[in-house]
Each structure stands twice: as C-alpha cells, then as structure tokens.
Design a protein around this ligand. Structure first.
Ligand SMILES: [Zn+2]
Length: 258
C-alpha cells in the first residue's frame, strides 16, 4: 500500500485534468491520498474531489498559516460544518510559519488555535505545517487546554531535539521527496533516527520537488507530480532500511483509520 499522506490535488498548477492525474497515481501503485485544503476558498473544490473519487481521496479542511488573514466572519462554524458532513475528513493544512513575515505570527497563532480547538472537539486528526516557528508551536501545545490525539507534522524539517519533544506529545511525521535532495541530508538523517512506527510518506504535490534523478513523472518546471510517490518511497527505503515500507503501510492504517 502506497499512500500519499499529504498533497494538494485541488491546485491549478498541475495543468492536467484531475482524473488523468489520479489515473497516473493509480498506475504508479498509489492507493490513495489526503488532499489538503489551504483556505476557505478551496474547501468546496476539495469536497468535490472527495465526492468524485471516494475510494482514493480523503479530504482535509483548514486554513494554512500563509492564508491566516483571509477567513471571513463565521469561518469556524463553516469549518465545523464541512468536517461534520464527512466523518472521514481531517483538519489540515494548518500551522505556524516564521519564514513568512505576513500574516503576522499573532494572527497565524489565533487561527491555528481555533482550528486545534475544532479538531479536538470533533476528534479528528490534524496535519500541521511548521516552518521556523518551533517555539511558537510548542508554546501552543503547552497552552492549549487539549490537544488532538493524532497529529501529523507534514514535511517535518526540524531537528532531532524538536522531534523528540513532539514525540512526547504523540506526533507523527511525514517525509517528502524534497528531503532526498543532497542539501537536505540533515533532514534525512533526522528521519532515520525517528521511531519507524511514526513515519508516513507524502509528496506535497505540486510542491516539494524531489531531486531530478527521482522524477519519473514530469509536469514542467517546479511542479511535482503526485505519482512520484513510488520513487520517493523506494529511495526512502534504501536510506532507512529494508522493511521500512511495510512498516509505513501499517502506519497509514493506524494513523488514517478514524
Ligand atoms: Zn502542503
């Protein structure tokens, strides 16, 4: 079982009809994926994908930190509603990002906090984006009255020290093909030290390009094809050791069954 735990099939960047894209994923052995919304404007697109490809697309709804200043009044109720409508939906992509200067961290944290609250209330897993904001994320965890039982640190690029603190809170981590680039060797080294039963795989397509040598599918400059997951998985297993993919298939069931 080859499962893409994080992508954005709703993106217009692919330049291919989504049924063609999903057909190519299936041909490459991918059995399903979690499609993450990034702002309220794309929740309906993600919902339509989940409806059209019920055996392949699991939806995640949320507001990404880059868009933390976009939600309109009442968005929390609408998020709750769309999640309740589909019990297989999780909360994502949400988080905090210190790499961008806008929206302000304060606003990002406020929107993040609201979404954590909703995830706890509805008992849904959460997919977290965190870049250069580990202190802020750990602060949120310390201060939250309750934290989701399952949370996935997507494209986790933190240190082993941060990973250990997150592990204590029950974190899961997903590895993306981008980390197979030689300049990301440090991140790969961190993943090799993580407990194998906490690792998932993702493409984050159309983003997070794997190194050119691993590209089996090409969509033009800088656009990652989600069918590259197979090559990413094989390359990761070479690094992390035989049996890794069997373990990850097991992990997919444990994390995404709810
Ligand atoms: Zn993403």
């Amino acid at each position: 079982m080859l499962f893409d735990s994080h992508n954005h099939l709703q993106s217009g960047k692919f330049g291919l009809p989504v049924d063609v894209l999903i057909g190519q994923m299936r041909d490459a052995g991918v059995t399903g994926c979690v499609v993450n919304a990034t702002r309220e404007e794309d929740w309906e697109v993600v919902r339509a994908l989940a409806q059209d490809f019920p055996d392949f697309v699991r939806p995640a709804y949320g507001v990404h930190p880059w868009f933390a200043d976009t939600p309109k009044v009442g968005w929390q109720d609408r998020l709750r509603e769309i999640l309740i409508h589909d019990p297989s939906a999780s909360v994502g992509e949400i988080g905090v990002d210190g790499w961008v200067s806008e929206p302000k961290m304060e606003i990002q944290q406020l929107v993040f906090r609201e979404q954590i609250k909703i995830a706890v209330e509805l008992e849904r897993p959460v997919t977290i984006h965190c870049l250069k904001a580990w202190r802020e994320l750990l602060d949120e965890m310390d201060q939250a009255p309750a934290w989701p039982k399952k949370f996935l640190m997507h494209s986790f690029g933190g240190s082993i020290e941060v990973a250990q603190r997150l592990l204590k809170r029950g974190a899961w981590f997903s590895f993306s093909g981008y980390f197979l680039n030689p300049r990301k060797a440090k991140v790969l080294a961190v993943f090799k030290q993580l407990p194998k039963d906490r690792i998932l795989l993702e493409t984050d397509a159309p983003d997070m390009m794997p190194p050119a040598s691993l590209l089996k599918f090409s969509l033009g400059e800088g656009v990652n094809h989600p069918a590259n997951l197979k090559a990413i998985a094989e390359a990761f297993e070479k690094e992390a050791g035989q049996g890794t993919l069997v373990q990850i298939a097991e992990n997919v069931k444990r994390f995404w069954e709810f």
